[in-house]
Design a protein. Structure first.
Length: 125
């Protein structure tokens, strides 16, 4: 009987340990406000409750950083805000990255530089 109690205690502790260190979120409170969402072969964004906020019209999207998300329409890169408004136009850059500390690396005419959240060239390379 003593051995059975020890097994039950060990088993219970293992369950507690594994569930507390799970890599899956227990709620959606740690999720960003808008999450990339795919419908068919197009991408948009939904909120935490899976309600579509920005219609899936893009070929690729990246998560929001500093209020802007990088989107790709199959030909051109650009940035949208959390309401889906194009803030930095598609078609201006050959390639782009996500924002960090107010700047983002973009490629224009084969050269890389940095723009701010308004699309102004800040660092030319």
């Amino acid at each position: 009987m003593k051995a059975l109690k020890k097994i039950v205690v060990v088993f219970t502790l293992l369950i507690i340990i594994f569930t507390s260190f799970s890599c899956y979120p227990k709620s959606n409170e740690n999720l960003p406000d808008l999450i990339p969402y795919r419908k068919g072969d197009k991408w948009g964004f939904c909120d935490r409750n899976k309600k579509i906020v920005i219609e899936p019209v893009y070929d690729d999207v990246y998560p929001f950083y500093e209020g802007l998300a990088l989107v790709f329409d199959g030909k051109d890169w650009g940035y949208v805000d959390t309401k889906g408004n194009v803030v930095i136009p598609l078609g201006k850059y050959e390639e782009a990255r996500s924002f960090s500390e107010g700047l983002v690396a973009v490629e224009l005419n084969g050269k890389w530089g940095y723009i701010d959240t308004k699309g102004n060239l800040v660092i030319n390379t």
